[in-house]
Each structure stands twice: as structure tokens, then as C-alpha cells.
Design a protein around this ligand. Structure first.
Ligand code: AMP
Length: 314
């Protein structure tokens, strides 16, 4: 029996944080034996934010190391760079000709950018279409993501349906996979943890950094339980264990933050140690990217040939 397929990825726009890990990466690792998995570094999406060659190379390279450090085994998972597979941008163009501006104007990311009165690049506006191409080329059954990406997977489904309707059955309709209690991991200010809000705890943070960030978690002094501390603590311990700790130290926010610090440190240290070792082996990392790119290209190009035939440009 053939395995079901999974595809996901992260933009290489900064340091990976615990929101990325619990919201998405952990699922990739947990599901590695159940799914035929494709995990990409979404570097062409990053180009909307990172417009410096050195920084781009560095961020992409580091993201691959992060993937390996959390436990993705390249023998079981295809790890690749989006920009290595030109079929993504080619299919994006084909989709661009099928969909309308009002359809894309409904995207949350676009609306948010517009509300902030930002100068919006065509790439940012078109983000959901490139993401649809990223997904649909591989025919995944599921796309494990955090809640913020739900709409983008819906876009991929809508675009696939439209293409299938016009040109005949070509794309499998993908489904988002969102784990409810980690759908939105909060940052140290209580808003969604995000690189752009600068409210994140890096997944490979050093001990000093962990202390500083956890101590800076925003608390109000109205209750026994500091809500934002608890919400982050929940990622590292069961609610049962937390109940004992939070009951014992009711209202003592400093002690509760120290307890959180202990748990975050204990969780991050082995990951950080593993990452340091992997980072030293540059030949291995280069090989992972090369082989992953080749494998991804095989699958994606095959789909693109089918698409080109359907639209009559072969
Ligand atoms: P990005 O950094 O926007 O490329 O996101 C990479 C993945 O991490 C996506 O699946 C996001 O949905 C997920 N993610 C990012 N931030 C959070 C968060 N605060 N809580 C849960 N998932 C998140």
C-alpha cells in the first residue's frame, strides 16, 4: 500500500522559534513514518522580506540545519529548497492566469498588509498562489501548518478545483492539518508568536536568552495564574503537572517564570547541542540539499509535464 503524502515548509526569514516547532515541525517529525514527506525551505517566499544575498544564503542554510536538528531524517524525508525546483514558479504563473485579483484580495495576509498601509509587493499579493503551486506539485494529502496558514491551504484547494474544472482532473485537493491546542502558540507579549512581532523564543536559544525572554513575558497582576506564562508553559508540561506547580506557587509570578525557564532550558539544550554538531558537517548539509532538490524536482517536473499537456503548451 502506498503511503499518504505530506508537504510543508517554513520561510527562511529569521530564527526558527518554538511557535514554528510546536505549530508545524513537531508534527512533521511525529508523522515521519506514516507519510511520504516533503519539507521545503520556502526561500522564494522569503525574498519578499530578505533582499540581501548573503543574508538569504545564511538563513536558508541555517533553516536546513534546523530541520535536521529537530530530527528530520533525510533518508525518510525529502528536504529541499523551493528555489531549486523551478516548477514552483512556473506553475505559479499558470495559476496566475486562472484566478482573479478580487479572489486574492480576500487573503488575510494581504488585508493585514493593506491595513498597515504598507507598500505591498506583487510577490506578497501573490503569496497564496506560489504557495498553491508549492503544495499542488507534490499532490500531498495533508499540509501540517499553524492556524495562520489555514487560509493559504484553502486557497490551494480552490485553485486546484478551478484548474481541474477547466482542464480536467489534474490536482489532488490538499487538506490542512492543524493540531488544535498548538494552532496558535502565543509569544511573550501574548500575541501570536511571530518573527515579525519580535515576541518569540528561538527554538535554539541560549540559556541566557531563555532567561531574559521568559522573564520578559508580559503579565498582569489581576489573578493567581499569569496567563501568558501558563500558555507557554503548557507546551512543555501536561496540564496535570502544571496544576500542581501553579497551585503551589499561586500568585508568585517570579517563581512561576523560573519554573518555566527550567523547563524551556531542559527542552532546548539537547536540540541546541545536536544542532551544533550538525552545523559542523557542511559537506553533509550540502549533500542533503542537493539530493533533496533532485528528488523534489523528479516529482514536481513530472506533474508540470502533465499540466503543460493539459493547457496545451507541451
Ligand atoms: P512561517 O514562519 O510563517 O513560514 O511559518 C512556518 C510554520 O510555522 C507555518 O506552518 C506556521 O503556521 C507555523 N507557525 C508560525 N508561527 C506560529 C505560531 N505562533 N503558532 C503556531 N504555528 C505557527
Amino acid at each position: 500500500m502506498t503511503k499518504k503524502r505530506l508537504l510543508s515548509g517554513i520561510k527562511s526569514t529569521g530564527r526558527t522559534h518554538i511557535g514554528n516547532y510546536f505549530g508545524a515541525m513537531k508534527q512533521w517529525v511525529d508523522l515521519v513514518n506514516d507519510y511520504d514527506s516533503f519539507i521545503m525551505v520556502a526561500d522564494y517566499h522569503s525574498l519578499n522580506f530578505v533582499q540581501n544575498a548573503g543574508e538569504m544564503r545564511d538563513l536558508t542554510w541555517n533553516m536546513v540545519i534546523d530541520y535536521l536538528a529537530v530530527g528530520l531524517d533525510p533518508k525518510k524525508v525529502v528536504i529541499f529548497k523551493q528555489s531549486d525546483v523551478s516548477a514552483h514558479t512556473e506553475l505559479c504563473w499558470i495559476f496566475d492566469t486562472l484566478i482573479t485579483m478580487p479572489f486574492l484580495m480576500r487573503a488575510h495576509a494581504f488585508k493585514d498588509a493593506e491595513a498597515k498601509d504598507k507598500e505591498i509587493s506583487v510577490g506578497t499579493f501573490n503569496y497564496p498562489v506560489l504557495m498553491a503551486a508549492d503544495i499542488l506539485l507534490y499532490g500531498p494529502d495533508v499540509v501540517p501548518v499553524g492556524q495562520d496558514q489555514k487560509q493559504h491551504v484553502e486557497y490551494a484547494r480552490d485553485i486546484a478545483e478551478k484548474f481541474n474544472h477547466i482542464f480536467g482532473e489534474t490536482f489532488k485537493l490538499p487538506k490542512e492539518m492543524i493540531v488544535e491546542n498548538v494552532a496558535v502558540v502565543p509569544g511573550i507579549d501574548g500575541r501570536k508568536m511571530s518573527k515579525s512581532y519580535n515576541n518569540y523564543i528561538p527554538l535554539f536559544a541560549g540559556d541566557d536568552e531563555i532567561e531574559k525572554l521568559c522573564m520578559a513575558i508580559v503579565t498582569d497582576s489581576s489573578g493567581d495564574v499569569p496567563t501568558n506564562v501558563y500558555a507557554i508553559h503548557k507546551l512543555f508540561r501536561s496540564e496535570e503537572e502544571l496544576k500542581a506547580i501553579y497551585d503551589e506557587h499561586k500568585g508568585k509570578y517570579k517563581i512561576l517564570k523560573e519554573k518555566l525557564i527550567e523547563d524551556v532550558k531542559a527542552f532546548i539544550k539537547p536540540l541546541r547541542d545536536k544542532r551544533r554538531l550538525i552545523a559542523e558537517d557542511t559537506d553533509y548539509i550540502r549533500q542533503v540539499i542537493k539530493e533533496g532538490g533532485e528528488r523534489a524536482k523528479e516529482i514536481a517536473n513530472k506533474k508540470l509535464v502533465e499540466v503543460k499537456e493539459k493547457i496545451g503548451v507541451n
